[in-house]
Design a protein. Structure first.
Length: 216
């Protein structure tokens, strides 16, 4: 189930990944609980942002944060990185950029130390990737680019990183970079697979004149 969760997330299906982590947790996989709560919180935070970050909309996120805190037991590691990242996501939902930055810096610092020690980070969506997503959400594009670049340095050009870099470039009117990254994302998408919004976005962008090669 955990392998399936990773595959779902790689296809931009966080809800499907969260469900598979949940099933794995019920099957007795303790580590899967971190992934289940973390993705549940990320999805909830995105919805809370859409609803204006009201206290009621953040209840699922606060529940996930509390559950991860219990799993972390005040020790550095995947659960604590996930908790800090969700704290940042909750702040982002309320457009509290200063608070968001503090939590992201703590999460990414801990994540870097984990990587340096050969240990795991937050499951499926690293803190660096989540940071890029959150900075994009609050229109801080240079911060988003730095976060995705940090993620790339550690985990390579995953689909999520590639999509993030493409979106940042598009927002910054860097057409050359946006075309290149959207093109890479689309080229790596399996033929015949259902297409999530991220892939439809890539196709739409690549149809613009800026991405169409000039004729002879």
């Amino acid at each position: 189930m955990v392998v399936e969760a990773v595959a779902r997330a790689d296809e931009f299906d966080l809800a499907g990944a969260a469900e598979r982590f949940r099933v794995a947790t019920e099957g007795g996989c303790a580590d899967a609980a971190i992934g289940a709560w973390y993705l549940h919180g990320l999805i909830g935070a995105r919805e809370a942002f859409r609803l204006g970050g009201s206290p009621e909309s953040l209840i699922p996120v606060r529940q996930a944060i509390a559950s991860l805190e219990a799993l972390a037991k005040r020790r550095p590691g995947a659960a604590e990185i996930a908790r800090l990242t969700l704290q940042a996501a909750a702040a982002a939902a309320q457009s509290e950029r200063a608070e968001m930055r503090l939590y992201l810096e703590s999460a990414m610092t801990m994540e870097s130390l984990q990587w340096a020690a050969g240990q795991t980070s937050a499951p499926v969506v690293t803190a660096a990737e989540a940071a890029g997503d959150l900075w994009l959400q609050v229109h801080q594009y240079e911060d988003a680019r730095r976060a995705y670049t940090a993620a790339e340095a550690h985990i390579g050009l995953t689909r999520r990183v590639t999509a993030g870099l493409a979106r940042v470039a598009a927002r910054l009117n860097d057409a050359a970079s946006a075309c290149a990254n959207y093109g890479m994302l689309l080229a790596r998408w399996p033929a015949g697979h259902a297409e999530p919004p991220e892939i439809a976005e890539a196709r739409n962008y690549l149809a613009q004149p800026a991405c169409v090669p000039a004729g002879p």
